[in-house]
Write a protein that binds this ligand. Structure first.
Ligand code: GLP
Length: 268
């Protein structure tokens, strides 16, 4: 796992964007970028930096596909707080990803069985697209990834989940009070997330310090779904100093951040 710590919101956003761009395929036949998208405030600066890369000709999302991590159940996908609308406003229109390329789990159907069928089809559609090249992630204060709340199976697939009370409280600010926050969602499973080639998680602020300490340095455990990053072969965690405050190995992470060159190893 690579842990990068930025000293300003701009640096965090830039570091994260560089890691995302390095993992995407922009050129060559059949190499349209396939990006995994997260909602939340944490990746907003990263999306703005991707837009800068587009304006400078370093990136192009006009033929990209984006797969959302999750969606609320029970609000139409035209609702302003649905994750489809959120991603259209905060990602598609910012980085130039066409709406036709945006895939979001289905949150409205006639029955649980239909939602489950659609969830399984969602995993299949990710496979059909060749898999997610880079999955952007935030983390909940309780360690959730997507909406995989504590206790989620580490091998779970896209499915229906109940939202934790803390998550509903955290997200009540986007709704007219706690009673309007949906109780359930459809979320990519942790097993689904782990299939992305690269994971880039962004976390900022003191409210995330405990979750980050558990995810990065705690035991691998369903009690902290974020700890599943420890199983991935190419996971990058980008933090500000406040979110990194609970980590014990910061010096090592900073020493390792520059990567490994021939010169470092006295080779060549
Ligand atoms: C929501 C989303 C998560 C996101 C989390 C943290 O619950 N489902 O994908 O990571 O919130 O959000 P924020 O970045 O705003 O703290």
């Amino acid at each position: 796992m690579l842990v990068l710590i930025g000293s300003s919101p701009q640096e965090v956003a830039r570091l994260a964007a560089d890691q995302v761009l390095a993992g995407l395929k922009f050129h060559g036949a059949g190499s349209e970028p396939v990006l995994g998208l997260a909602t939340g405030s944490s990746p907003l600066g990263l999306y703005r930096e991707l837009a800068v890369a587009v304006s400078e000709g370093r990136a192009d999302f006009s033929r990209a596909q984006g797969f959302a991590l999750d969606e609320y159940i029970g609000i139409p996908d035209t609702h302003a707080q649905s994750y489809r609308q959120t991603l259209i406003n905060e990602v598609c229109s910012v980085i130039g990803l066409p709406r036709e390329g945006l895939h979001v789990p289905l949150g409205v159907a006639e029955s649980v069985a239909d939602l489950e069928k659609a969830a399984a089809a969602y995993d299949e559609s990710i496979r059909q697209a060749g898999g997610v090249q880079v999955q952007i992630l935030g983390i909940g204060a309780n360690g959730h990834l997507g909406f995989n709340e504590p206790g989620s199976s580490l091998r779970s697939r896209t499915r229906i989940k109940r939202l934790a009370a803390q998550t509903r409280e955290d997200n009540a600010r986007f709704f007219e009070g706690i009673d309007s926050v949906p109780t359930h969602c459809v979320t990519q499973g942790l097993g689904t997330v782990l299939e992305a080639k690269r994971l880039v998680l962004v976390a900022t602020g003191p409210g995330k310090a405990q979750a980050i300490a558990a995810a990065v340095e705690g035991p691998l455990s369903a009690s902290c779904p974020g700890s599943v990053l420890q199983l991935h072969e190419d996971a990058v965690v980008v933090l500000d100093e406040a979110a990194a405050a609970g980590l014990t190995q910061v010096q090592y992470y900073n020493d390792s951040a520059a990567g490994i060159s021939d010169a470092d190893l006295h080779l060549g």
